[in-house]
Design a protein around this ligand. Structure first.
Ligand SMILES: [Mn+2]
Length: 317
């Protein structure tokens, strides 16, 4: 049987369903999560459906997460979205569930679910939920359409990244035709930001270090972020804006997170695949977009050196 239909059949079977996502929630994780919750409740109003994960104040638009305590039972179905490995699942212990479904578009890392729908060609998990809805002939509401649209827009950066495909446009067209959402009015939910953040972005551009091998990086200390009144997640939100710069092949934002005693590293590339190095340093992600959390600046320097080597070899090819 078609995997999308198998998933539908499992959803039908369970009275209680918990939907989880990855840590560091982004529009795709949230959009797919809250849209799926609404889709299930629309079809089966008697079911209990919960979304778990730490709140993302920046993206309140998508909805509020439920408390995960007492939700972990053998009788419930767990659906994990947008998360390739167990360690990145946000705030739920998967071992307390008997049956798990994974729906994801990241490169495969490990099997942890009974049904694993992985499509690395898909631009986003929201696209997969959209496909799930269409294959199962589910009519989408405006609210569901808006969430899935923003999930797709978020992960593709407005249809800019290579994972954007004809299929993406086909599905999105169908979404727009069927739900008639006012999509241009939605962008503010993703792109509005305080002036302090724009000024901080200016600081980053002014202070980037560029190596001979085309690696641009910046170390953002807690002190500098306090000065600009932004948090350690702010840099991650603006990293994609350096995609089209002549001199840059790989770029890296490193931001100190005093509260959690770590350094958040965001890596992007327009040349070599960076996810392997990210994995070596305990992180992961996509070929051209990865992330790592490090403990020390010494490790950070090593990572930059590794990426510089990678870029050097790429240039020689
Ligand atoms: Mn995603």
């Amino acid at each position: 049987m078609n995997i999308y239909k198998q998933i539908y059949r499992q959803i039908k079977k369970y009275n209680t369903i918990v939907i989880a996502r990855h840590i560091g929630a982004d529009p795709d994780a949230l959009g797919s999560q809250f849209a799926l919750k609404e889709i299930i409740l629309n079809l089966f109003p008697e079911k209990k459906v919960y979304c778990v994960g730490n709140p993302a104040s920046r993206f309140k638009f998508f909805g509020n997460s439920d408390k995960s305590e007492e939700l972990e039972t053998k009788e419930s179905l767990l659906i994990v979205l947008d998360t390739p490995d167990i360690k990145r699942i946000d705030n739920i212990n998967i071992h307390n569930f008997n049956y798990i479904i994974k729906i994801d578009h990241h490169p495969f890392i490990e099997k942890y679910a009974d049904i694993e729908l992985i499509d690395e060609e898909a631009c986003s998990t929201s696209q997969l939920i959209l496909e799930f809805a269409f294959i199962n002939k589910i009519t989408l509401s405006k609210s569901q359409g808006e969430k899935l649209y923003l999930g797709i827009v978020g992960d593709t950066d407005r249809f800019l990244h290579e994972y954007t495909s004809i299929k993406t446009f086909r599905l999105v067209t169908k979404l727009l035709e069927e739900t008639k959402i006012n999509f241009t009015s939605l962008y503010k939910n993703l792109y509005r930001r305080p002036l302090a953040e724009v000024k901080f972005e200016g600081f980053i551009y002014q202070n980037l270090t560029l190596t001979d091998n085309g690696v641009a990086y910046i170390k953002l200390t807690d002190k500098i972020m306090k000065e600009y009144e932004v948090d350690s997640a702010a840099a991650g939100n603006m990293i994609n804006n350096l995609k089209f710069v002549d001199e840059i092949i790989i770029w890296v934002f490193l931001s100190e997170d005093i509260k959690n005693n770590l350094i958040r590293v965001n890596i992007r590339s327009v040349g070599p695949y960076v996810n392997q190095i990210a994995t070596t340093y305990g992180g992961g992600g996509h070929k051209y977009a990865s992330g790592v959390k490090l403990k020390t600046w010494t490790e950070a320097d090593k990572l930059i050196t590794s990426l510089d080597e990678l870029s050097k070899n790429f240039k020689l090819m």
